[in-house]
Design a protein around this ligand. Structure first.
Ligand code: IMP
Length: 208
């Protein structure tokens, strides 16, 4: 089945091709001459994934899907969440985003340690976090939604060269290495996007 993946992120395209397998011919917006940034101005992951899919559907009339993902860090009260891509600014730079996340977490950890020293709290700072993704599929003009979550913790420094985005600091639950160390096939088997895209593939395979 031919389907457009509404993203310009080569890391996501590589992952989706592996997750969806040979039954799907993935087409990218760039291959259709659409090179501008896709709109994502919503307040939720679902609103953003829908906005990106709608944009491509309106332009091409083709079956398509988009994902929008966010990282929730517990010690930061769930931030950066829907702001994950632009955490360190509109340039969406992965390195700057990681630097900002690590320094914000270090600041909060220091505050929590101080509160413990002063007897104001007994809480120990946690580094738990999760990636969430929302996938919007537009099939024959109708919307369908698929979600996925990957639990884990945030490492104190970068490790590994694989993956993209925050992968060098995200350690999935049950593992001791980061996503960037584990590599695509381990990551895809357990990731937020892997879960949502496999649910989408199951739905599509059941359509015919
Ligand atoms: P978006 O879904 O493209 O808007 O991505 C939101 C932000 O999360 C970007 O900074 C991505 O780099 C990051 N991100 C999304 N999925 C992953 C992932 O699987 N690993 C690491 N970072 C990710």
């Amino acid at each position: 089945m031919k389907i457009v993946f509404a993203t310009g992120n080569p890391g996501k395209i590589r992952e989706a091709a592996e997750i969806l397998g040979e039954g799907f011919e993935l087409v990218t917006p760039a291959e259709l001459g659409i090179t501008e940034d896709l709109p994502e101005t919503g307040n939720t992951l679902r609103a953003n994934s829908m906005q990106k899919a709608d944009y491509i559907y309106k332009k091409t009339g083709m079956n398509c899907f988009a994902d929008d993902s966010g990282l929730e860090v517990d010690i930061l009260g769930g931030a950066p969440g829907v702001e994950t891509a632009r955490y360190a600014g509109p340039q969406r730079n992965a390195d700057a985003n990681i630097d900002k996340l690590l320094s914000e977490m270090a600041r909060r950890e220091k505050e929590a340690a101080m509160a413990r020293t002063n007897g104001l709290s007994t809480a120990k700072a946690q580094r738990t976090a999760r990636f969430r993704t929302s996938v919007t599929l537009i099939l024959n003009g109708e919307h369908h939604f698929f979600d996925g979550v990957m639990e884990g913790t945030i490492g104190t420094k970068r490790a590994g060269k694989g993956g993209f985005g925050y992968d060098p600091i995200f350690i999935p639950q049950g593992y001791t290495q980061t996503n960037a160390q584990l590599g695509d096939s381990v990551k895809n088997a357990i990731s937020h996007r892997g879960k949502a895209l496999r649910a989408m593939a199951e739905f599509l395979n059941g359509q015919h």
